[in-house]
Design a protein around this ligand. Sequence first.
Ligand code: SF4
Length: 239
Amino acid sequence: MALVRKIIPQSTVDGPGNRTAIFLQGCNIRCAYCHNPETQAMHDAEAQEMSVVEVLAEIRKGIPFIRGITVSGGECMLQPDFLTALFQAVKELARETNHPLTCLIDSNGTIPFEHFPELMEDCDGVMLDVKAWDAEVYQHLTQAKDNMVVKQNLAWLLQHDLLTEVRIVCLPERVDVENILRHIAETFDFIGKKAPVRLLRFRPHGVLGELANHPMPSDEQMAQYADLARSLHLAFSIK
Ligand code: SF4
C-alpha cells in the first residue's frame, strides 16, 4: 500500500511523452520553493491509501495512449517497497498488453538508489532534482542536513545509464545555478557520460512562505544560464 496524493491519468510534463503521473504523499525535505507543499506531510486527510492493484487499474485505463508512468511526490523514494511492486506490475502489464511502458522516478535524490537493486532493475530512469551544489546553500533551501547523497546519486545514476534528466530550479538570489551547472559538467566529464539538463524557471504559483511573492527570474537571467550551459557543452532545455 502507498499513500497517494493524486494521479494524473495523462500528463505531458512529467517526463517524455504522454504518461500517467502518480504523486505519493510525504517528503523528507522542506524546499522553500516547493509548489506542492500539500504533499510534504507524511499523512494527510486528502491522500488515499492505495494498493498496487488499484493504482495499476488507473494505469491500465491509459493504454494505448501512454508511454509509461512517472512516480513523483512528495518524495516517492520514501515508499520504495510500493515502488518496486508497482514497477514490477507495470512491466507485467506491458508484457500482457504487448504495449511498452517505461517506469520513471521523479526524485529529490536524498535516498540512495543503489540500496534498491530490485527497484532499479525495473526502473527506466530517474529525473533528479539538483537543488544546490554547496551543502550550506542546500541546507538553507531545504532544511536538510546536506546534499552528499544527491551528488552520489547523480554519479551512480549516470554510471548506470539511469539518469533521464537533471533538474535545476533557477532562483537567482537563493540558488547558485552557475555553480551547479559547472559541477554537473565536471561530473559528466569525470564519468564520461551525459544526461539532459532542464533549467526550470522559479514560479511562485503554489509556493508558501517567504518566496510566495518572489519574482520569477528574468528572460535575460535565463539566457545567461543557457549561455553557460552551452559553453559547458550540456544538452539543456528551459521550462
Ligand atoms: S522535494 Fe519536492 S515535494 Fe519535497 S519539499 Fe522539495 S519541492 Fe516539495
